[in-house]
Design a protein around this ligand. Structure first.
Ligand code: ADE
Length: 247
């Protein structure tokens, strides 16, 4: 899958992309990252990418010309793939949006700086808008890295373990069960006996119940849309009548 990122801060991307599992995925040809500096598509002496807002008010606005030129010269006019604007006004980026994007061969991510974009970028260049949460950052670069990371790890082969992404928190609509590794006892805290039992059916049941218990306690809103079996529902009903969410 190919990611084209358009930004005024291209230097922030390589340190993360080269230090993570994503670098290995890129070396194996599973993902490709192309980072484009919007400033390279300006033509004035000062390489201007922003200007004052019409109508007055504080802050600067990203000019449309370099942004359109950058995207269209790399991806064609109209662009040959979705062009996603990172903005706090976008639809919320969730695990299911990540899965939706991971099925595509290519996406472009457009990172804003300053107070925002000229509205014509949003209306006539972007095909989608994503927000990573209800808070405002200084730009779209961290959100773009978050989208790249969450989407890339869903591409088959990117994670070492082929089942790696299946049990993730959110992938199944539930929070994930707790994990333990050696030693079996640390500072007096023991790993639950069931995990040492070698009984795979019991372990699977324990993990499912832990995921249900944890979701009920921390994110009960997620239970409304999770795929739950009859047995899951009985277990949850029992937890609720016992007044026990556990920990
Ligand atoms: N740019 C600034 N804040 C953002 C957010 N929360 N999500 C996406 N892009 C942003």
């Amino acid at each position: 899958m190919r990611f084209d990122v358009f930004t005024l801060l291209p230097e922030v991307f390589p340190p993360y992309l080269q230090a993570s599992i994503l670098q290995k995925a890129a070396a194996r040809g599973l993902v490709e990252f192309r980072i484009h500096n919007i400033r390279d598509y300006t033509h004035d002496k000062h390489h201007t990418t922003d200007d004052m807002p019409y109508g007055g008010g504080g802050g600067m606005v990203m000019k449309p010309e370099p942004v359109f030129e950058a995207v269209e010269s790399v991806l064609g006019a109209p662009p040959a793939c979705p062009v996603i604007l990172l903005t706090p006004q976008g639809r919320l980026f969730t695990q299911s949006v990540a899965a939706e994007l991971a099925a595509l061969p290519q996406i472009a991510l457009l990172c804003g700086r300053y107070e925002g974009f000229d509205e014509r970028i949003r209306e006539h260049l972007a095909t989608d808008e994503l927000s990573i949460g209800d808070y405002v950052l200084t730009g779209g670069e961290l959100p773009a890295l978050i989208v790249i990371d969450a989407v890339s790890r869903l591409i088959p082969g990117v994670l070492g373990d082929p089942t790696g992404a299946e049990d993730d928190s959110h992938a199944s609509g539930l929070l994930e069960y707790p994990h333990y590794t050696r030693p079996p006892e640390f500072r007096g805290w023991r790993v639950p006996d069931v995990l040492l039992s070698g009984d795979h059916a019991r372990i699977a049941r324990w993990r499912r119940e832990q995921a249900l218990r944890r979701t009920l306690l921390r994110r009960p809103d997620m239970l409304a849309t999770a795929a739950l079996s009859q047995e899951d529902r009985k277990f949850l009903a029992r937890l609720e009548t016992d007044g026990e969410g556990g920990r």
